[in-house]
Ligand binder design. Structure first.
Ligand SMILES: NC(=O)c1ccc[n+]([C@@H]2O[C@H](COP(=O)([O-])OP(=O)(O)OC[C@H]3O[C@@H](n4cnc5c(N)ncnc54)[C@H](OP(=O)(O)O)[C@@H]3O)[C@@H](O)[C@H]2O)c1
Length: 306
């Protein structure tokens, strides 16, 4: 039995890890503020001392991309300084770390899927702080695996799938950006990858190729408009919403506070070569997510009467 400390408890990825890792017999403790607050190093050190995990998985982050532009210090405290403190505490305990990062470390101008070692150039505060957090993690705990991902969705929390479902019930037309490319990624697929990587991460020494930066998103690549179209089709097939028309618009027609990479596609080759993990087909994962959100659980079969 492996003791795993998950940082974050209510987030999408944290909840997926809490569903998945116990199935392999791991003892999982998930902590959030006030017990473990990434902006308070004293709580980090105390949590690691108390729980002495064999592995730390950081699923917590300041993820409000637009709000980060107004709260750069808080975003940096969580996504950079807190991650560095967590990695240092993990190293002091001898625990390797899994940490999540983002395609927003890139500017989206590369014109092709980004390899793990491609030059970074974040466009906004969120991406800047996440990139700094990657470096802080690897500096303080070289036995860290950084999983850069994108467009994370799940039945939990707020995300694009749930926004589209809400709007599909209210409107006859959805206007969705069609000039940003990336890949939807479901939190359960990220948790599955962590479960698959876990034994090797525990055993591998510093310097092993098991650690470092990896890309992991769903496949195939898509636009937000393509993703929305699939969500509406799946919802309509399940009797949800008004089957709205999904109209393609440009980023210029949907201004946001923070700039996003226009083409954040990630090449997920290294995690396949090193850990044998292939991107999951997000269309299959979307089906599961829509079933969880829209299909009422079927009642059990009526018991036999005698
Ligand atoms: N969501 C995406 O589309 C996306 C895309 C690319 C990469 N990622 C990365 O994937 C990882 C998981 O994302 P997610 O979608 O699961 O995020 P999420 O649902 O927003 O959850 C993040 C969690 O972190 C917690 N948190 C915030 N500040 C904290 C602090 N100071 N100390 C401890 N916990 C704190 C939040 O708690 P409160 O809610 O109480 O603040 C929340 O429970 C993150 O590293 C994120 O950067 C996400």
């Amino acid at each position: 039995m492996t003791r795993v400390l998950v940082v974050g408890r209510e987030g999408q990825v944290a909840r997926a890890l809490l569903r998945r890792l116990p199935r392999d017999g791991h003892a999982v403790v998930a902590l959030e503020p006030p017990e473990l607050d990434l902006t308070r190093p004293d709580t980090i050190a105390a949590a690691l001392r108390e729980h002495r995990p064999a592995l730390v998985v950081n699923a917590a982050a300041y993820t409000a991309v637009d709000r980060a532009e107004e709260q750069p210090d808080l975003a940096d405290a969580v996504n950079n300084l807190g991650v560095g403190a967590l990695a240092a505490a993990a190293a002091a305990t001898g625990a390797p770390m899994v940490h999540f990062s983002t395609d927003y470390v890139f500017d989206g101008l590369g014109g092709a899927p980004y390899a793990e070692d491609a030059a970074t150039n974040p466009l906004g505060v969120y991406g800047v702080t996440k990139l700094a957090g990657e470096r802080a993690a690897l500096a303080a705990q070289p036995r860290s695996a950084i999983l850069r991902t994108a467009w994370v969705c799940s039945p939990d929390g707020g995300n694009f799938v749930k926004t589209m479902l809400r709007l599909a019930a209210e409107r006859d037309e959805l206007r969705v950006v069609a000039d940003q490319r990336g890949a939807p990624t479901f939190a359960d697929d990220l948790a599955e990858a962590v479960a698959a990587m876990l034994p090797r991460l525990l055993a591998a020494p510093a310097g092993d190729e098991a650690f470092g930066v990896f890309h992991l998103t769903g496949a195939p690549h898509a636009t937000w408009h393509g993703f929305a179209t699939a969500i509406v089709a799946g919802a309509t097939a399940r009797g949800h919403g008004r089957n709205p028309r999904v109209t393609a618009i440009t980023t210029a027609e949907f201004p946001t506070r923070a700039r996003r990479p226009a083409d954040g596609r990630l090449d997920c080759g290294r995690i396949g070569r090193v850990h044998g993990i292939r991107p999951a087909d997000w269309r299959v994962s979307l089906d599961r997510c829509l079933d969880a959100l829209l299909m009422p659980p079927t009642g059990g079969a009526q018991g036999e009467t005698t």
